[in-house]
Design a protein around this ligand. Structure first.
Ligand code: PHE
Length: 438
């Protein structure tokens, strides 16, 4: 079943798609996308984002999957095998490092979501908090370092607990349980939100757009957000691809994963903004949208506590299936390249990453720096180098043959090659470098 003989791997295409969608669908969709849209002009951001997912995201995801499956190993080894004797392996190393950094702040955020499940269960969130009280409660949690670190540690343990079981018994299995639960909770919450009296302006907020709001800043934010949300640019899809067998369809999988990720990001907007507008609140342009704006809304709803619990459980589930893919990238480096046992690799990298998360959890501004390092540099540079490698070096004919698979075909191969070789690198360079020129 596995990419190379004796290696663990995904048992079915459906299992792989659920796991890869689980990686893509995460806090980036439910927490990140709505607040970034609010910060960057609502519908204008959404329009640019959608363009990037189709023109850049899907081609890069497919490039990662093909490189992963062709080499049957995790990022560093993948480049070593595809281009022996060169320095291309550093692209894989950059990916592992980026994944390590992302995981460190991701687990802090995920710890907050665990804390909010607790607050929702005790009824604290639905006891009629005013916006000021709700904000104060959020800030108090951030100030209480011991609590924050404890929740982050708990989340690390959950993530390690899954990854330790490996790909088919850990990642594939948990995704098959959690992702359907995720979809059900999501639909319940969206249905609740869009049927609230006064929800209309929230829907318009996302759907209507003013082209004059598309500034370079909006374009940069949309590009980084699309990489983060699709889990591309650092080798997570490459690693998952390395666990695929030759008969599993790559193009179909990439399109399914990108489509479900994008649908969930949009649905998150339709879950959050109608509720925000219906409650007469302002769409907060900050990380607090999911944490201090939403509780003021739950308090007003019939059965609000139920919806509050559902919302934060949704966030935890989304975060867990993403965090496991981040840890898998780091751990698989030690397993594939250093010959470590899975449990040694998983516990060592998990513990080291937890240490790196301490500054994000306890020091002001560190999390923002981590986010900016990975969003502004790690992911876009990684995506650029991956597209150049697969587009121009691998060689691309090999990648195309990998995607077509045994006896299958790859109908849009020409379009994909064109996007990957020209559109993706040029667009990334223009977006990254352009604003510095003038
Ligand atoms: N895609 C995940 C999210 O949206 C985050 C992630 C990024 C996961 C990169 C793996 C790799 O939350």
């Amino acid at each position: 079943m596995a990419g190379s003989a004796g290696r663990d791997g995904f048992h079915s295409t459906a299992g792989f798609i659920l796991a890869a969608a689980g990686s893509a669908i995460g806090l980036g969709n439910i927490w990140g996308f709505p607040y970034q849209a609010a910060e960057h002009g609502g519908g204008a951001f959404v329009a640019v984002y959608l363009f990037f997912v189709i023109a850049i995201g899907v081609p890069v995801m497919l490039a990662e999957l093909s490189l992963g499956r062709a080499t049957g190993t995790s990022p560093v080894g993948a480049f070593l095998r595809a281009a022996p004797g060169t320095r291309w392996w550093t692209v894989g190393a950059l990916g592992v490092l980026t994944g390590f950094f992302i995981l460190s702040f991701y687990c802090v955020l995920a710890g907050w979501t665990l804390g909010y499940v607790g607050k929702a269960l005790t009824g604290e969130l639905t006891s009629g908090l005013s916006p000021e009280q709700s904000r104060a409660a959020f800030n108090a949690m951030l100030a209480g370092d011991a609590m924050e670190v404890g929740l982050c540690a708990l989340f690390f343990l959950l993530t390690i607990g899954v990854v330790q079981f490996g790909v088919s018994k850990g990642i594939e299995r948990i995704s098959a349980v959690l992702m359907p639960l995720f979809f059900v909770l999501m639909l319940l919450l969206v249905a609740r939100s869009v049927t609230l009296p006064g929800a209309g302006p929230g829907i318009d907020y996302l759907m209507s757009w003013d082209p004059s709001k598309i500034t370079p800043k909006v374009v940069i934010a949309a590009l980084s957000q699309s990489f983060f949300s699709l889990s591309i640019g650092m080798g997570a899809m490459l690693t998952y691809g390395s666990y695929l067998s030759k008969d599993q369809p790559l193009a179909f999988s990439a399109v399914s994963v990108a489509a479900s990720d994008t649908m969930i990001a949009l649905l998150s907007g339709f879950m959050i903004f109608p509720a925000v507008f219906a409650a007469g609140a302002e769409p907060a342009e900050s990380v607090g949208l999911a944490f201090h704006t939403m509780p003021t809304i739950f308090a007003e709803l019939p059965a609000g506590q139920l919806f509050a619990v559902a919302f934060y459980v949704l966030l935890v589930v989304a975060a867990l299936t993403s965090a496991i893919s981040l840890l898998e990238v780091v751990a698989s480096y030690f397993i594939d390249e250093r010959g470590w046992s899975r449990s040694r690799a998983v516990w060592t990298s998990g513990a080291a990453c937890f240490l790196l998360s301490l500054p994000s959890a306890t020091m002001d501004g560190v999390m923002d720096t981590m986010i900016s390092l990975t969003f502004d540099y790690g992911l876009p540079i990684g995506a650029l180098l991956i597209s150049l490698f697969v587009g121009w070096r691998m060689p691309i004919s090999k990648a195309r043959a990998e995607i077509a698979g045994a006896g299958a075909s790859f109908p849009l191969a020409g379009v994909w090659s064109f996007l990957l070789r020209f559109v993706v690198p040029v667009a990334i360079v223009v977006v990254l470098v352009g604003p510095h020129l003038g």
